[in-house]
Structures are given as C-alpha cells and as structure tokens.
Design a protein around this ligand. Structure first.
Ligand SMILES: [Zn+2]
Length: 300
C-alpha cells in the first residue's frame, strides 16, 4: 500500500511516497504564501501530481505548529498564519479525493526515526530537531504521544534557565531559547564585542569561530554545552528513553556529539540511567516519511 507524505514549510513543500519500507519519488516545489483558498489549491495541485501517476491510499501532511490530528485543524502555525483554525486536512481531502492525515512536523520526524531510523524496534524514543528552533516528539510503544490537548511533547519549551533568554513562546530560558540555531545567534552579543558581534550573521559562523579556537566562541559554547546537557538529563529523568534521536542542522555540527553529549552523564539524577543519544538516520525527508507512515496506519 503506497501512501504519500508531504512536509509543508513556510515557503516550500516536499513530498515522498512510502511503499512498505521503501522511500521513493521525492519531489519538492516552492509554495508561495497566499491566502487560504489559493494555498489549499497549491497543495492540492502538488498532491494531484502524484495521484496522476499511481494509486495512493492516503496522504499524511506534516506542518510546524500546534494542531489537532483528529479534527485536522492547526491551532497555531508559526509559518503560515492564515491556516490557523481552518479544517485544513478536511479541505485538502475534499480537493484531492483521498484521506488526509495532519501531524506536527516534529512528531512525524520522531515517528519516522522510530519506524525506519535510529529508534528502530525501540520502546521509548525521544526525538529533537535542533535547527532554527527546537522541535520535540515522543513515541512510546509505537504510538506518538500528543497529550490530552494535543500540545504535549513540546520538549523545546522546557525551562532550564529561569529568568534567562526570552523564548519565542513568550517565556524565558526555554531549551529552544538556549540551544537552537536562532539562540546561538542571540547569544552572540553577550560573548563578543559589539564590533565583532555585528559581523556575525549565522550560527554556522559561530561554530566556525569555535573550530578556529576563538576565545569568545569557546565561552559561548561552554555555556551551550551545559544547557544542552541539562536539557537531555531532564528528558532522561522523565522518560528514561531507549534512545534520544537528534536531527536538524545544528545537531549535525560535530561539536554536539563530541563535546555536548559526553557532558549529559554529569547532570543525571542517577547513574542507573543510560545515556543513548544518536544522530537521526533519515535526512531532511524524515518529516514527510513519518507523515506517510502515520497516514498508512491511521483509522480515518
Ligand atoms: Zn519557549
């Protein structure tokens, strides 16, 4: 049975067919920001491109933001505001004539890693995407944990530095405000002189300075590593997971696994807890793959 997974970002859409365990026919397209009706039509056109070529039983759609996968409604999308509180899955399904399942992108990422990636055959899989923000997902016993109001598993919004840096959620000292790519850039003025800070334009540049032995970057990442380790130790204290899977662009910086992961054991509440933190196996397509896999087993 072939299912289609699509990942809708702020400006682009990515699609992939999952057939048993085979991932194929990846494609992507620009998705201009428009009003809701035109946006739905763009998404439907992308899906029809697949439907015209083969039989597809269901479509899984992942998107950033808080959402209700049962009702198919996004409550709060950080990238596409005009989608909020619309019956997105239902409207899209009516357009393409195939069932559509909606899922949060971080949940879809973790589910894909749980079925086909680093969390394979594991009972409790925690996943984090550390990129522009920090997305989180929890899969226990093969089921995505969403919470009573579908807003659980927000691992990026656990406060680990009370009164610390302001987070996008409006609170201070969340994991996302401390270890995301955006956070690294926000930390720069605290560690660098104004003249040097004004020349730094991306998190990658700060990593480059670290790798070149820069003293200010070394101090910044010394604090970063501690925040990272405290965050992971807290997740381990709550879930004692079989594995924590890390994805997203920042997680692929060698510093993360070389210098941050080894610090986690220093912050554990008990030596009995194992620290198993693995890089994601699937690439940027993981969200779309997870959405397809979830659509495949969904009872619509
Ligand atoms: Zn937050």
């Amino acid at each position: 049975m072939a299912t289609l997974g699509i990942d809708i970002g702020g400006t682009k859409i990515f699609g992939v067919i999952v057939d048993d365990e085979t991932i194929r026919n990846e494609s992507r397209s620009a998705l201009p920001q428009k009003e809701y009706g035109a946006f739905i039509e763009e998404c439907a056109g992308f899906i029809r491109g697949y439907l015209s070529k083969e039989k597809i039983d269901a479509v899984g759609v992942c998107i950033a933001g808080a959402l209700d996968p049962v009702a198919g409604v996004v409550f709060n999308s950080p990238n596409i505001a005009f989608i909020d509180n619309r019956n997105f899955a239902g409207d899209l399904s009516a357009k393409v004539g195939v069932k559509v399942l909606l899922e949060n992108d971080a949940n879809a990422f973790v589910y894909a890693e749980c079925v086909l990636g680093a969390g394979r055959w594991k009972e409790c899989v925690i996943g984090l995407t550390i990129g522009t923000g920090v997305g989180g997902g929890i899969v226990i016993g093969g089921k995505v944990h969403r919470g009573a109001d579908f807003v659980g598993a927000e691992l990026g919004h656990m406060i680990v530095d009370q009164g610390g840096v302001l987070c996008g959620c409006g609170r201070k000292g969340c994991v996302e405000a401390l270890i995301s790519g955006t956070a690294i850039l926000n930390h720069v003025p605290k560690y660098f002189s104004p003249a040097r800070a004004s020349e730094i334009g991306s998190a990658e540049e700060v990593f480059d300075l670290l790798n070149a032995g820069d003293e200010s970057a070394t101090m910044l990442f010394s604090d970063y590593a501690r925040w990272f380790a405290i965050s992971m130790a807290n997740y381990i204290a709550i879930f004692n997971p079989d594995v924590i899977v890390l994805g997203g662009g920042i997680s692929r910086q060698p510093f993360i696994f070389k210098s941050c992961v080894p610090l986690v054991k220093d912050h554990l509440f008990t030596d009995a807890a194992r620290v198993i933190i693995e890089p994601a196996v699937l690439g940027p397509e993981a969200g779309a793959v997870g959405a397809a896999l979830l659509a495949k087993q969904a009872k619509f």
